[in-house]
Design a protein around this ligand. Structure first.
Ligand code: NAD
Length: 286
């Protein structure tokens, strides 16, 4: 199988090299994993991490070409990759998507509701449409993805896991990300409610809270913010430092795989996020 869309990036080559491993690295053999926002960044890394461990992957994204590329890479690393184009904020499209997955590939063992968009700028500059867009994708996308697969997982009776991508922004009051942070705080609470309801039915739910990762989202919003260039530079520095410490897209993907394996409720990806979470519970919005 050839990989389309240009030569492999360094990260993709590394992933392919790492994939040439023995059966001990394939604990997810036989499982079906659905990832939304799988065309880029954390979603692609997550799709490939599961593929590397032997899972069949459904790679869904708004952008079909990038989903196809992820699916192709997943097919090289694991048993199969299936690309889908879907807008997670569109309930009809998500219903069609879920039907196609269930009929075409079966009930997923893992659903990673990862698709998301950024929205940087102060509250006073956010329009009603800004709020609607970010909540439609970041919150409703997760609601649809969970709602459309959870009942089938429960009915099948063989367990399963839902992973929702929240963010350290969920518990870090911000002057620059009000709508985004609100959407991610909602995803965190949704995940906690789902976990409480579904754990008795054999389904695990995890919320993943990465710090700043250099991906499409951060690149798109980096130069917008109340502090202008200064803030842009500090975000860039932070994402580079996190990447060096192993908290880039592949590091986040590893923690997502581990969250499923160990059934972890909340995964603050970086030590800073862990402290931020604890501090927010002790002294909210200090
Ligand atoms: P990214 O932009 O590289 O990837 C997001 C993917 O989602 C893209 O491929 C995009 O096409 C897709 N997408 C966007 N809207 C969609 C829609 N309506 N339907 C389907 N797909 C859609 O960014 P990323 O950083 O990999 O983001 C993945 C998730 O991680 C997001 O939920 C984001 O909020 C979260 N996150 C990112 C960071 C960070 O710093 N990058 C930090 C914390 C959390």
């Amino acid at each position: 199988t050839g990989v389309q869309g240009g030569p492999l990036t360094a990260a993709e080559s590394r992933a392919l090299r790492r994939a040439r491993v023995g059966p001990e690295r394939r604990p997810s053999e036989g499982s079906l994993v659905v990832v939304t926002g799988a065309g880029s960044g954390i979603g692609r890394a997550t799709a490939l991490a599961f593929a590397e461990r032997g899972a069949e992957v459904v790679a869904a994204d708004l952008d079909l070409a990038t989903a196809q590329r992820t699916a192709e890479l997943a097919g090289l690393l694991g048993p199969a990759g299936h690309p889908y184009q879907v807008d997670v904020s569109d309930i009809d499209a998500m219903e069609d998507f879920a039907k196609s997955v269930l009929h075409g590939h079966g009930v997923p063992d893992v659903v990673v509701n990862n698709a998301g968009i950024g929205m940087a700028g102060p509250f006073l500059d956010h329009s009603a449409d800004d709020w609607r867009r970010v909540l439609d994708v970041n919150l409703w996308g997760v609601v649809h993805g969970s709602r459309l697969f959870a009942a089938q997982m429960v009915e099948r009776g063989q367990g399963g896991h839902i992973v929702n991508t929240s963010s350290a922004a969920a518990f870090t009051p911000s002057r620059t990300l009000p709508a985004y942070a609100t959407s991610k705080a909602a995803v965190l609470m949704l995940s906690e409610c789902l976990r409480a309801e579904l754990r008795g039915k054999g389904i695990g739910v995890s919320a993943i809270c990465p710090g700043i990762v250099d991906t499409g989202i951060t690149r798109a919003s980096r130069f917008v913010g109340v502090d202008g260039d200064q803030e842009a530079r500090s975000r860039e520095r932070a994402s580079r430092a996190y990447a060096r410490r192993g908290f880039g897209p592949e590091g986040v993907a590893k923690q997502i795989v581990a969250a499923v394996r160990d059934d972890r409720a909340l995964v603050p990806v970086t030590p800073e996020a862990r402290l931020g979470y604890l501090a927010s519970r002790l002294s909210p919005a200090a």
